[in-house]
Design a protein around this ligand. Structure first.
Ligand code: CTP
Length: 136
């Protein structure tokens, strides 16, 4: 049994999220996803996600290629999560290239190309721009 672990906010689910989770699962038999907490997002980006951590976790756990979801409470605990879930490989999008190489002493680390042209931040901006157009 080969266990894959990945982490992310996964707010306002989009095709880039689906693509990375599907490709992550293809690297093993079991996919564990750490969904970052609302507090962790606030500390990183000074804004809360649109969807709550409970809803983001529920949405991600309902995907067919996701086996288990937990809330990632702290960036510093990644190594502990890798050990706790017995992960054989950590997968991240290549926007994080090199940033998690320290965990190579615990498991394999691989960065997958991001899906181009989409992100939660861009989606929120796009929705806002459309609202502004309607209002004008
Ligand atoms: N991801 C991806 N392709 C995209 C967007 C995200 O492969 N177009 C991957 C990221 O590399 C990460 C995971 O999906 O491994 C979760 O990313 P997240 O930060 O939640 O999504 P973003 O859309 O990048 O969110 P934001 O714009 O808020 O940074």
């Amino acid at each position: 049994m080969r266990t894959v672990i990945t982490f992310g906010t996964f707010d306002v689910l989009h095709i880039g999220h689906i693509n990375i989770l599907r490709r992550a699962k293809a690297h093993g038999d079991r996919l564990i996803v750490g969904v970052s907490s609302d507090a962790l997002n606030f500390s990183k980006k000074q804004r809360y996600p649109v969807y709550s951590e409970a809803d983001r976790a529920e949405i991600i756990s309902s995907l067919q290629f996701v086996d288990e979801v937990f809330i990632e409470e702290s960036l510093e605990l990644k190594g502990e999560y890798i050990k706790k879930f017995g992960a054989d490989i950590l997968i991240m999008g290549n926007d994080w290239e090199g940033r998690f190489d320290i965990f190579k002493e615990l498991c394999e680390v691989e960065y997958l190309p991001r899906t181009e042209g989409i992100s939660t931040t861009e989606l929120i901006a796009e929705i806002k721009a459309r609202e502004d157009n309607v209002a004008a």
